[in-house]
Design a protein around this ligand. Sequence first.
Ligand code: ADP
Ligand code: MN
Ligand code: MN
Ligand code: MN
Ligand code: MN
Length: 359
Amino acid sequence: MAHHAIPVPNKAVLHHYLTLPEPEDKIVATYIWFHEKILSKTRTLSNLPTPTKLEDIPIWDAGVLKPPKGCKYAQIYLQPVAIYKDPFLRGKNLLVLCVGLNEDKTPTECNKRQTCLEALERAKHTKPWFGLEQEYILLGLDKRPFGWPLNGFPSSEIRHCGVGTDAVCGRDIADAHYLACLYAGIKICGTNAEAMLSQWEYQIGPCEGISIGDEVWMSRYILLRIAEDFGALVSFDPKPVEGKWFSSGAHMNFSTEAMRENGGIKEIERAVEKLRKTHDRHMMFYDQKKGEDNLRRLTGDPSHFYQFTSGVANRYVSVRIPLHCALEKKGYLEDRRPAANCDPYSVVEEIVKTTVLNE
Ligand code: ADP
Ligand code: MN
Ligand code: MN
Ligand code: MN
Ligand code: MN
């Protein structure tokens, strides 16, 4: 296997340029979108009102490798849907989350936001909240987990919430990501080391409505960018290491106002029963490959791919009611089925359709 020198940029040199005085009438806007992968490009915008609002940010466009289905040109529109402060260029500069539109302004195949928004619009009287636990693993350029021995494997102990040089690897990346997300204006609410060496988790939420999807996508972009500074790769693959090794999930926590009120446990239990009946459909929308990725992840796992299970404070089920919610008889449920590479818009759309809209 070829070994590459890891080209870690020298941020002390960059600092000189980052601290140059900012132009008064211009900002730098980095447009970020998902089209089979997370992509970005950057432009200067002049004379924007302060504070800048989403409506002030113009539509842009991007070349794609082949014309989207039914389209003539290999180009899509980038429609801004959310803005955040830029933790990399800082100052007045912005990160602009976009979705892709076809020539006729319909959503591209990779743009799952529109249908999610439509479902949420019809469910908005229930005031749905969401929180996502994003797991990932850091890899070196040789595609082996960061810090794993070149010939062999680390000891197989569980490193969940681990502390110490022999327990974790890459904490600087997790910490930098946490602070950068907070600065950007993302509702990141926690982080912890995960089961495998170099595997980490962070949590976003609780977010009302569509912002959960926006913030999760932007948080993934920020993580990829920070990992560049450390010469690491980020893998959201649901089964990053074959064999007995752990997998990466993206548990979606969900509640409606009725679930959060006293006695809301009844409403939570009703939702769990609806999720049981629609299990097969949901599994088509919980990864990037209509279930194929999750099949790799959940094979041999007690939370089965084919079979729906539920329980209180039980981590080996499809949907869990957290202990504190069972005790307080209100709160939220945790759908443990989404894979780490899921599209949060699709997951939210399915949960809302099943539990609120009865579709
Ligand atoms: P776990 O015990 O499964 O590891 P975490 O603490 O990692 O749980 O994550 C809990 C998630 O639940 C967070 O993303 C948080 O934002 C979310 N959450 C908390 N309260 C609610 C709620 N009422 N509705 C929806 N999500 C919630
Ligand atoms: Mn060009
Ligand atoms: Mn967690
Ligand atoms: Mn976890
Ligand atoms: Mn969880």
